[in-house]
Design a protein around this ligand. Sequence first.
Ligand SMILES: Nc1ncnc2c1ncn2[C@@H]1O[C@H](COP(=O)(O)OP(=O)(O)OP(=O)(O)O)[C@@H](O)[C@H]1O
Ligand SMILES: [Mg+2]
Length: 396
Amino acid sequence: MRSDLLMFKHDKHIERNVNAREHTWGEAFEHLAVGVAQFNLDGRLLTANGQLCEIIGRSKRDLLEKHLNELFLLEGSWPKCKAGLDRLIAGEVPCYSTDMSAVRADGRVVWVNTVFSLVHDDVTNMPRSLTAVVNDITLLKQAAQNLHDAEVARDDLSRRMMNAQDADRTRIARELHDDIGQSLAVLKVQMLRAGKPVSGHPEQTHASLKELAVKLDKIINKVNSISHGLHSAALELLGLAVAVRSHCRECSEQLGIPVHCSCAEPQEKLDSMIALAFLRVLQEGLHNVVKHSHATSIAVRLTSSAGYVGLEICDDGVGFDVDVASLAAGLGLISMRERIHLVGGEFEIWSSPERGTRITARAPIIQATLPTEPNEPRPPAINLTPDPDPRESRNP
Ligand SMILES: Nc1ncnc2c1ncn2[C@@H]1O[C@H](COP(=O)(O)OP(=O)(O)OP(=O)(O)O)[C@@H](O)[C@H]1O
Ligand SMILES: [Mg+2]
């Protein structure tokens, strides 16, 4: 009887010690900067520290007794998570980790990474409960999602770029074959008959060589215009200012509306990559004006100051919603922006319906450098050729 009493006292003493220890641990966990929780072996919440309540955005009372399933949405399925916890309880793995999300009381979704480990009974050493250490990884998940979205957008852009390249090749092939090829074939036949009498009508003669030379001129102009679109010889030989003026003039002639073109007189030599980027922006910018704006007047300004080259294209046309256009299928605006960013510059568009459009591109002037490898010469440096009238030139 006395020994039973002693035993009872001893057990009570151990229980008090265990309770005191758990109380101390509980206090310590309460103030940790990570979420900590204890679940029973079926996955029901026994206790949670303040940080976990903070992460999930709910009071402790709301959380206690709830099952893991009710507290979190598992990234994988619940059976998968349960299988992982079963392996932990069976002692097959030292811990089990999984990502989960939860909807806070304020409606915000939070993502957490939770590492479960097993607590054994001090006396029997049997599995007693699960401890979960919960880390808020919402920012990480958002960054991963943003990265994924950016990759999807980049893949989409590459696909559209490739389609555009293919379409361009098809267009050039068609122009060469159907237009220039056909015109040359007809011209060849006409040249063989040049000046000869028309059969059945001896009083009439076929077109003379002089008359056919006019047709040949038209074909030459077409070839020039295609080759100009592919590669600007003016840019390489005469510089950006001349190429800009020449393109404005052509555009004005095609449109029949004035293109006011002003080119400042820069001193620096311009790297050919930058010159080409600006010329392509001008070409696409003016092409868009022609295609979409119904403008009655266009102004183009090429400037160069304090180590920067700048280009501005303004039209008084119908304008557009830039945010809406950025979601559209066109590639022109994207490719202008990309080209300028690739040479370290900035690209901006101001436009609103019925108020016209202004696009600006600005990039630091990179001094043209001499080739370092004799076998790998860099493209020739472009000189921004002085404008005969540096203040303003107007193309009719
Ligand atoms: N100067 C402008 N005036 C009015 N709308 C414009 C102008 N520039 C662009 N837009 C609008 O922005 C859209 C996107 O232009 P973007 O150049 O990217 O594509 P696109 O011209 O339609 O096709 P792509 O250039 O690929 O042939 C156009 O469809 C048009 O609605
Ligand atoms: Mg376009």
